[in-house]
Ligand binder design. Structure first.
Ligand SMILES: CC(C)(COP(=O)(O)OP(=O)(O)OC[C@H]1O[C@@H](n2cnc3c(N)ncnc32)[C@H](O)[C@@H]1OP(=O)(O)O)[C@@H](O)C(=O)NCCC(=O)NCCS
Length: 199
């Protein structure tokens, strides 16, 4: 999947220069520290709690197996964000990818999330997927605004779908994006390089 984008890449944001690169086993400790510093409420959109070492280790095994591609955003060597593209080639939805994204509290509102979402979206466009989905608790206004601005639209509301550590239940919204249509439009405009950048 990564053959269509090359890393590391650097982007300038209000939080300073951010480096994007692919996550691997050697990042385990740094990503665990990043996840543990996040409010657990901000992890409710994920199927498992990534601040637990076992979950993180399983996630890295899935990266190694090729169904997950995770991009880290680093500032001065520290992990400040993570954008993930999840595919399941053995399911009935091999054409669908899910984007998962989280940014550390201290750099929020400074453009890191936007840059990371664009980078993850470009990765998804270049990987041949036809549809993308993203999900979050309904109170994540920034996440909803961000993905809507990329063309995602609400497709489902799952009431009381996740339960936090205090036992409170929260609704999840699922947004979808027909990327096959975007790819076809870009090709019609003669812009194939926009979906398979050479790096
Ligand atoms: C979603 C998230 C990654 C955004 O990261 P970020 O670095 O703060 O994002 P940015 O600074 O690039 O802001 C993104 C956009 O959201 C908008 N935004 C920020 N805070 C907002 C808020 N409270 N309400 C509405 N919009 C908001 C910004 O205006 C910005 O749009 P712009 O680029 O047009 O100005 C971050 O809030 C997060 O980690 N949330 C918790 C995890 C989560 O729920 N992830 C969603 C699942 S995929």
């Amino acid at each position: 999947m990564s053959e269509t984008r090359s890393y590391p890449r650097r982007v300038k944001t209000e939080a300073g220069e951010i480096e994007f690169r692919l996550m691997s086993r050697t990042d385990e400790a740094a990503v665990l520290a990043f996840a543990k510093a996040l409010p657990t409420h901000d992890l409710l959109f994920l199927p498992r709690n990534i601040s637990q070492p076992k979950v993180l280790s399983a996630w890295i095994s899935e990266i190694e197996a090729g169904d997950i591609t995770s991009l880290l955003a680093l500032k001065g060597g520290a992990v400040v964000g993570c954008g993930t593209l999840v595919k399941d080639s053995r399911s009935w939805s091999p054409h669908v990818g899910e984007i998962r994204m989280v940014v550390s509290l201290d750099v929020r509102g400074m453009g890191v999330g936007r840059a990371l979402s664009q980078e993850t979206f470009a990765l998804a466009l270049g990987s041949g997927l036809e549809k993308l989905s993203v999900q979050m608790t309904v109170d994540q206004r920034a996440a909803i605004a961000l993905f809507e601005s990329l063309g995602f639209k609400a497709e489902a509301l799952l009431r009381d779908h996740v339960r936090d550590v205090d036992g409170r239940k929260h609704d999840i919204v699922v947004l979808g994006h027909n990327v096959a249509q975007v790819r076809a439009q870009m090709e019609a405009y003669g812009l194939p390089g926009a979906v398979t950048p050479s790096g």
